[in-house]
Ligand binder design. Structure first.
Ligand code: SF4
Length: 180
């Protein structure tokens, strides 16, 4: 059987969803025999590859780097999973939206609320420009599956992967978010 090519991507999130992925513990060892991890912040591959079978995207879309990466990821992946509440709804990163557009957010964080050396960080090509609004992944590209939770528990991640490995179409079912 051909191995599934899995990627994970970290956009505007706290990496807690990736920590939950690592909570799969010994299932990760089992997985190494069944999938190829082709791109992830937990491995050292710099360029997102072509023809990825499944990608888990953590985090909301908050800056221009996220936007560019997400378009690339969508174009090169067969199934895209919005991984965790930030990706699904905007969640924590989107709490800056009521402050106003990017300039107002930067003023609040780096000028108004700072006592020593207030200055907005900017370095072309190094510090990505903030978007005016933080948005969830589905606001930018089509999403195949939403995996909710902050973070999604390891058992829920495993359920999704198990179903994909079995060639099934994952779906959420019931108020306890049990996968059918
Ligand atoms: Fe962190 Fe929760 Fe967002 Fe995951 S959903 S990146 S755990 S804040």
């Amino acid at each position: 059987m051909e191995r599934l090519g899995i990627a994970t991507v970290w956009l505007g999130g706290c990496s807690g969803c990736h920590m939950s992925f690592l909570d799969l513990d010994e299932f990760l060892i089992e997985l190494t025999g069944k999938v190829n991890l082709v791109f992830s912040p937990i491995i050292d591959i710099k360029e997102y590859p072509e023809n990825v079978d499944v990608v888990l995207v953590e985090g909301a879309v908050a800056n221009e780097d996220h936007l560019e990466m997400l378009h690339k990821v969508r174009a090169r992946s067969k199934l895209l999973v919005a991984f965790g509440d930030c990706a699904v709804t905007g969640n924590v990163p989107a709490m800056r939206n009521p402050i106003g557009k990017a300039e107002a957010v930067l003023q609040r964080a780096y000028i108004e609320d700072v006592d020593l050396s207030p200055a907005i960080p900017q370095l072309e090509g190094i510090v990505p420009r903030l978007l005016d609004r933080v948005v969830p992944v589905h606001a930018i590209v089509p999403v195949d599956f939403h995996l909710p939770g902050c973070p999604p528990p390891a058992a829920r991640i495993r359920s999704l992967i198990d179903q994909l490995l079995a060639g099934k179409t994952p779906h959420l079912e019931g108020s306890n978010l049990k996968f059918g």
